[in-house]
Each structure stands twice: as C-alpha cells, then as structure tokens.
Write a protein that binds this ligand. Sequence first.
Ligand SMILES: [Zn+2]
Length: 179
Amino acid sequence: MDENQALFEQVLTAIFREEFPRWRGDLSRILRVGGKVINGESDRELKRLCRVFFEESGVRWLRYELHTAYWRERYPQDQEEDDDEEEGGSNCYTMTDLLVQRILLAYYAQKKRLKYEQEVDTFPYWRLSVIEDGRAYPECLEEAKAGYRHHADAYWKTKKLPCNRLDCRCSISHSMKPD
Ligand SMILES: [Zn+2]
C-alpha cells in the first residue's frame, strides 16, 4: 500500500474512534476514497460518504455541538442572517464540511509532523503556528504564546493537531533555535 494512503487510513480511523466512540460501523468505504483525495483529486466522494455516514448512523457529534454553541454565543445575529460569512461564518459550515476538513487537516498535520521528526537534528525547536485573522480560538492563541519549545518537550508529546475545536487551522513551525 502507498505510504500516503496508509497514513490517511491511520489518521481517519483515529478520528472516527475519537469523535464517534460509540459507533461500531464499517469505515472501509470511506477509507477507500482516501487515496484519490490525497493524490489531489476531488474530495467530492469523501464529502458524499461522510454525508451518508451522518445520515445512516444517526450519531451525535459532540464536538460539532460544542462548535455551534460556541459560535452562536459569539455571533447570535448570524442565526437569522448570514450576510457576514467571512467573519462569523464558521458556524455556517455543515457537519459534513467540518468532518471532511478535520480529516484533511489531521492528515496534512501528521504528514508535516513526520517530516519534522526526521529533521529534528537540524530543526529541534517547534512552535504552534496560529493564523491571527480574528477567527483563531483563544485557547490556540494562548498555547502559541509559549513560542518555540524543544520537540521532546512534554507539550509536543501530547499535542494533537488540529486542536480541540473544529475549524482550528493551527500548524507546526520548526526552527534551529528557540527564538
Ligand atoms: Zn488551534
């Protein structure tokens, strides 16, 4: 099996186990489309299968519920009118959009991390890189304040990307020096 496909399967399986711990269904259909998506083909089939997954399984997605509650609290007006999608628009994504996005973000984050792990002799310091465009989550900004930490630091032993909230767009940057 292609190593990218193997990584995709590993990441996607981990996401489903974490997000839908009570669901016991079969992931094979979704896993099979992974190769097409990561080879730069359309992610339309992945989206379709994720939509079917939600329809057929009827699972509750706790992280999505937390996500909508968070954005509803911040932008209550967006519930009626969403002509301001650029700024408050995160709550306008569907569950399917956010699941597909989380799968792809996790895959690319893991791929980057594996590459950085091979380069630690030259670039031993890693930092959480946050897009500061007003949509970044406060928890992410807080974590990013620590700047560069050694890759063997306890933080990086447990840190998972994407971060806790849906639509987090953080990534890792690496460096030769602490700052
Ligand atoms: Zn984040």
